[in-house]
Structure formats: structure tokens, C-alpha cells
Design a protein around this ligand. Structure first.
Ligand code: SF4
Ligand code: SF4
Length: 185
């Protein structure tokens, strides 16, 4: 199935919105400086099954044809080894350019905001460089709670994206599935 151009535009606007909100945080205080350098080479990608909207999956599927032979072989090997996200290569994400929304929230994706009454706290990996080094530098200890991790800022990012008209378009285009389900379609 082809993704209509208005949905492609919506997806890219949402991705840009996350970048823009994250940049605002970094301007407020460099402590928010995203993932780099991450000494764990993206350990947050290990063992996670990512929710992916249908339009995103179609864009990822299209992008796979652009991968080099070496990366495709590694993705195939990851699949046969039942690695939950097969796109994680040794030091990078094979689909970084088109990685889904939920990957883009990282490391700010601490909240899943489906409805006003339902908030689920989701930390990146326990040994995440961002949490271990950056938060500890400010508070003197690893974050003890969602609030001490900067909860309100994380909610603002997630909420702003979820309330955007573009998010409704993306959501209405098709179901959300988990990466592991999609890979076996
Ligand atoms: S798609 Fe990329 S960023 Fe997302 S979990 Fe997989 S390797 Fe990590
Ligand atoms: S979220 Fe944490 S573990 Fe993942 S890439 Fe960023 S700093 Fe590294």
C-alpha cells in the first residue's frame, strides 16, 4: 500500500516537532543534551518491542530497499536470532532516518499518554548514559522518580506531539502494531 503524501508530510512534521521540542530543552540547559555520546551504543534498543503506526511501517519497509548489502545481512541475522528490534546494528540504527515515533522520543519518552487518565512511565534502559551521567550530574544521584528525571518536561514533549493534528492523521491511517508483529506479516 502506498502512503498518501499528506500522511507522509504529517509523519515528518511530527518527527520535526520532537526534534524542535528537544532542542528547546537543550537550549534551556545543556544537561538535556540527548543521547550523544552514548557509551552504551544504544542499549535502550535492546529487548524493546516498538509500537509502530501503519504509515510508519510502510515508510520503513520502503526504506529497507535502500540499505547496503552489509546492513541487510545484519538485519536478517538479527531476525533469525530473534532479536526484538532487528534494526539495531552494532553501533547504529539501520533505519535511523525513518525510525518510528516511539524511538524518536528517546530519551525523552518517559510517558505514554494515551488518555488523560492513563499515564505510563517508560524509562529508557536502566544503564542509559543519559540517565546515569546527565541526571546524576544535576541531582548528585541517579533519578529516584519520574519527577526527578524531569517528568514535567517529558510530559510536555509527549503531550504536544499527541495533541498535534498530524498525530490524529497518523493514528487514523491504520492500526498501531508492534515491530515484532509487523516483521512476520
Ligand atoms: S528502530 Fe532503531 S532506534 Fe528504534 S529500537 Fe530499533 S534500533 Fe533502536
Ligand atoms: S536513551 Fe540512553 S541508552 Fe539510549 S541512546 Fe540515549 S543515552 Fe544511550
Amino acid at each position: 500500500m502506498k502512503v498518501p503524501s499528506k500522511i507522509i508530510v504529517a509523519v515528518h512534521r511530527l518527527y520535526a516537532l520532537i526534534d524542535q521540542l528537544a532542542d528547546q530543552l537543550v537550549r534551556m540547559d545543556n544537561y538535556w543534551n540527548k543521547c550523544f555520546p552514548c557509551t552504551n551504543k544504544g542499549c535502550c534498543c535492546v529487548g524493546v518491542d516498538i509500537p509502530v503506526y501503519e504509515a510508519e511501517w510502510l515508510l520503513i519497509a520502503e526504506y529497507l530497499s535502500k540499505l547496503c548489502h552489509e546492513d541487510i545481512e545484519q538485519v536478517k541475522k538479527n531476525l533469525s536470532d530473534n532479536i526484538l528490534c532487528p534494526f539495531r546494528l552494532t553501533t547504529k540504527c539501520a533505519i535511523h532516518t525513518v525510525r518510528p515515533l516511539y524511538c524518536r522520543f528517546t530519551p525523552y519518552m518517559a510517558v505514554y499518554y494515551e488518555a488523560a487518565t492513563e499515564i505510563e512511565v517508560m524509562y529508557p534502559a536502566a544503564n542509559c548514559t543519559f540517565i546515569r551521567q546527565h541526571c546524576t550530574r544535576i541531582t548528585g544521584s541517579p533519578p529516584q522518580s519520574f519527577e526527578s528525571l524531569g517528568g514535567r518536561h517529558f510530559i510536555v514533549i509527549t503531550e504536544t506531539v499527541y495533541k498535534a493534528q498530524e498525530f490524529k492523521l497518523l493514528k487514523d491511517f491504520g492500526d498501531t502494531k508492534y515491530l515484532s508483529e509487523l516483521l512476520f506479516l
